[in-house]
Design a protein around this ligand. Sequence first.
Ligand SMILES: NC(=O)c1ccc[n+]([C@@H]2O[C@H](COP(=O)([O-])OP(=O)(O)OC[C@H]3O[C@@H](n4cnc5c(N)ncnc54)[C@H](OP(=O)(O)O)[C@@H]3O)[C@@H](O)[C@H]2O)c1
Length: 281
Amino acid sequence: MQDAKFTPPLFPIGLGSWHIGDDPEAADHNAQTVRFALDHGVNVLDTAEMYGDGASETVVGRGMAGVDRDKVFLISKFYPWHASARDLPRALEGSLRRLNTDYLDLYLLHWPGQVPLAETIKTLQDLQRQGLIKQYGVSNFDAAAMQELFRVPGGSEVQYNEDLYHLGSRGIEYDLLPWQRQHGVRLIAYSPLAHDWQTRQKITGKETLRAVAKAHGATPFQIMLAWAIRDGQTIAIPESTNPDHVATNIAAAKITLTKQDLAALDHAFPGPTQPEALDVL
Ligand SMILES: NC(=O)c1ccc[n+]([C@@H]2O[C@H](COP(=O)([O-])OP(=O)(O)OC[C@H]3O[C@@H](n4cnc5c(N)ncnc54)[C@H](OP(=O)(O)O)[C@@H]3O)[C@@H](O)[C@H]2O)c1
């Protein structure tokens, strides 16, 4: 999958990092897991100034050390209350310092806030002109928010929206995903393994999912990931600090679900039949 401003093809399974900075004692191990992911094909890393209050960015930066910078598609996000012309340059400066890099490939507004979008986009364009970010985008935007964004000068330059999406939460298929496809906005699917183990267990416990997994010689987690990226345009960003899990998540990119698999999964995990409020964490 190609990105206009990033030369290597984007690998459709990235690495999330929400919690990887939470335990200082695990920082070395977690930085090594980031490096393991990069050495085994992952080239999309997702972090945010919010995660661990900057600690996640620090661990991600350590994991990237020594890797060709132009081979990593690095995403970070800023708080909505840092989205103003006054505060955003400083927020970016902090992220770049913690990540130990001089630019981001993609800088996302973490969720909609109070600062006028026009001000945020104009500031992002200034940062882009300075070479500090290659692209800007959004996260946790629903269809109405995307439409509002596209009415703002520079808003239609956005090519990525990062939203929650997994087999057990398909609401965005009703209106947001069709709109994004029509407007060339790619989905970055967060929590593709349903975030918490109770929800994940409910999903992976379903006989249909287990049967599809068995037919592919795969795990239910791998089928969840293969399903999330099935349109060939979506990037899923599962988080893991376990290299074995990272390896199996990477291998999920090779699984192609058949029409019969997809029909069976649709039956077991029905898509939306009416508009639904955006699912967020
Ligand atoms: N933009 C936003 O607002 C937003 C919101 C939420 C998340 N995100 C991003 O999306 C990323 C992923 O979302 P998430 O962390 O909520 O949840 P997730 O990726 O759906 O699930 C993560 C959990 O799955 C486990 N796991 C991963 N691979 C596994 C495997 N192969 N087998 C068994 N368990 C596995 C992990 O444990 P182990 O470490 O033990 O593998 C971890 O507990 C975040 O890290 C963050 O970067 C963005």
